[in-house]
Each structure stands twice: as structure tokens, then as C-alpha cells.
Design a protein around this ligand. Structure first.
Ligand code: AKB
Length: 323
């Protein structure tokens, strides 16, 4: 069994996936790579290679030097940050993916994972239970790059037999690392504000419903997708994946039940427009049928899981990692 390489290992999802893979396959089976060192203490247990994901030769050198079976390429500039510099977002979201697909075509790796997002959908897609095959008319450059990337994945699979698999993640909420530059980040901030005894200033409307998922479910789903037999993976663009959905107002009420006194002040900004173009909830029946996906955390379960995780973490004095 070869190694699991995470490209973009020092980011929000990279840290969580690292912990999941280390636990599942052992620290020696996990290779980490990023331009910046990992801020998480557990990263020291696996090999870390400093490399630029936009440099094809640097990425090839990693695969030549190590027995890598699976690459998880997580490099991305998220939706809100991407709007500030669309050309930089396009390059960062596309170049590393194309390098990984090309290296897989050369036979240097057996399987590839690449994350897509609910940002591929635009206002034309039906809002509730957005189907797998809804129109992809994204409104952000992040969404445009994810929609294009999905098609590149399918092309490399259909044309060259590359075993590439992908998930359209909703907003991901964990307690071990902070996101940066996304539209769904408010929900992670809400938990940290509640725990710190501070009010949240929310940049979305109180009734803006978005699909969300616990990091725990997202990492488990990713590992289950990558372990599924290739013939089960019938969708080679990217799978809709659903956890739960809620509005800022509903999240505030749920947090108030556990943290009395917590409150939210609403000051919607440009991110509200992005959120308004995204689904309220997703239909993930293809993922359930093809590889047995089933979320463990509903809304209340997610709230309890993340708050408990933050409390435990503060007791053992482990810092939350800022991205
Ligand atoms: C973002 O808000 O940009 C991301 C996403 C939904 O892909 N969290």
C-alpha cells in the first residue's frame, strides 16, 4: 500500500484530513505538502515536504521520490477572497489540479481526490434539494473554477482512465482550524464567539439558509469515497454531499440553548449576494446509492459536536489553528 499525499496540507481541510488519514492508515502512511509549514502539532509526526503546488516539476519530484498511491489536492482560494483577485484565484484553483491530473495520467499515482463545492451552482438551480445534475451557472470565480475543474476531472477520467474522484462540499464546520476567505465561514466564527463569550457580527442575512457539514463527516466521507471500488464511482465530475442546513438565526438559537447570553448582530455585506446564489440544501442520493454515503451529524448533532470539541480542546490547552 502506497502513501497518501495531501497537497495543501496546511489549510483548514488539509489539517482535518491529515488527522483523519493519520488515524486511519498510520502517521508513516501520510505525506504532507504545502508552501507554508503546517501550524498543527500533529503534522510533525508525518513527513512534510515544502513545495509549490503551482510548480509542475516540484510536484513531479515529490511523486518520483516517494511511493504515493493517493493524492488529495486541496489547494484553493475560496469564494469571498477569490472575488478580490479573480485572476489569482483562477490560477491557484486550476494549475495545481491540472498538474495532479497530468501526473496521474503519467501513471505516477493511482487515485486523485479534488474538492469541488456548492459554489458551482448559481441562482438558476432549484434552491431546495438541488439535484446532482442541476445547471452549473456559478456567480463567483471560485465557483467558475470549481465547475471547470469538475469537467477537467471527468475529461481525464474518460479520456485517459485517471481514477479521479470529487465531492461538492457544503460549508465545513470543525473546531480544530479556522477557515479563511469563504462565504460560509460565519458559522465557524459563531462557535468561536459563543465559546469566547462574545457576540457574533454576521455578514449574512439572518434567514440565509446554506448547506453545511461537520468536518468529521466531511473527512469520513472523503476517505469512504476514496476507498470505494472504482466501478462504484459513477459520477466523475463531483458528487453532491449533504450534511444539514441552517440559517444564521437558527444557528444563533441553537447556540443560545447551550451558551445562554450568546447573540448575533447582523451586518450583511457583499458575501450575502454570494450566499444568496447558492443552494439551501442538496440532493445527495447519488452519493448514497453509489458508495453508501450517510451523514452522522444532523444540525443539533453538529452543534453539540463542535461545541464539545472546542471545550475539550480548551481544557487540554491546544490552540485553535488560525489560517
Ligand atoms: C466557501 O464559502 O467559499 C467555501 C465553500 C462553500 O466552498 N466554504
Amino acid at each position: 500500500m502506497g502513501k497518501h499525499l495531501i497537497v495543501g496540507a496546511s489549510g483548514q481541510l488539509g489539517i482535518e484530513l491529515m488527522l483523519g488519514l493519520q488515524q486511519r492508515y498510520g502517521v508513516d502512511a501520510v505525506l504532507l505538502s504545502d508552501v507554508r509549514p503546517s501550524p498543527h502539532p500533529e503534522a510533525a509526526k508525518s513527513m512534510f515536504i515544502a513545495a509549490d503546488a503551482t510548480d509542475l516539476d516540484a510536484q513531479r519530484a515529490i511523486l518520483e521520490g516517494h511511493d504515493v498511491e493517493v493524492v488529495y489536492n486541496l489547494v484553493a482560494m475560496l469564494s469571498a477572497k477569490g472575488e478580490v483577485n479573480p485572476m489569482a484565484a483562477w490560477s491557484l484553483n486550476m494549475d495545481p489540479l491540472l498538474h495532479t491530473l497530468e501526473l496521474a495520467r503519467e501513471g505516477r499515482v493511482k487515485r486523485v481526490f479534488w474538492p469541488s463545492s456548492i459554489a458551482v451552482f448559481g441562482a438558476d438551480a432549484s434552491k431546495d434539494g438541488t439535484p446532482q445534475n442541476a445547471a452549473l451557472l456559478p456567480t463567483t470565480i471560485y465557483g467558475v473554477s470549481k465547475a471547470a475543474g469538475e469537467l477537467w476531472c471527468k475529461y481525464y477520467h474518460d479520456k485517459f482512465g485517471v481514477d479521479v474522484r470529487s465531492i461538492r462540499y457544503p460549508g465545513l464546520i470543525g473546531f480544530r482550524s479556522m477557515p479563511g476567505g469563504g462565504t460560509t465561514d460565519y458559522a465557524v466564527d459563531a462557535f468561536h464567539c459563543a465559546q469566547a463569550g462574545q457576540p457574533l457580527t454576521c455578514y449574512l442575512d439572518e434567514n440565509e439558509r446554506l448547506p453545511m457539514m461537520s468536518m468529521h463527516d466531511a473527512v469520513r466521507g472523503t476517505m469512504e469515497l476514496m476507498e470505494a471500488p472504482s466501478e462504484c464511482i459513477r459520477i466523475r465530475t463531483s458528487y453532491n454531499l449533504s450534511g444539514c442546513d441552517f440559517t444564521p438565526c437558527e444557528l444563533t438559537r441553537a447556540l443560545q440553548q447551550r451558551v445562554p447570553g450568546f447573540d448575533t448582530v447582523y451586518a450583511p455585506d457583499h458575501r450575502q449576494e454570494i450566499a444568496a446564489s447558492w443552494p439551501n440544501s442538496l440532493d445527495d442520493s447519488d452519493a448514497r446509492r453509489d458508495w453508501g454515503w450517510s451523514p452522522r451529524h444532523d444540525f443539533q448533532g453538529l452543534v453539540a459536536h463542535v461545541l464539545d470539541g472546542l471545550t475539550q480542546q480548551s481544557r487540554v490547552d491546544k490552540p485553535v489553528v488560525n489560517m
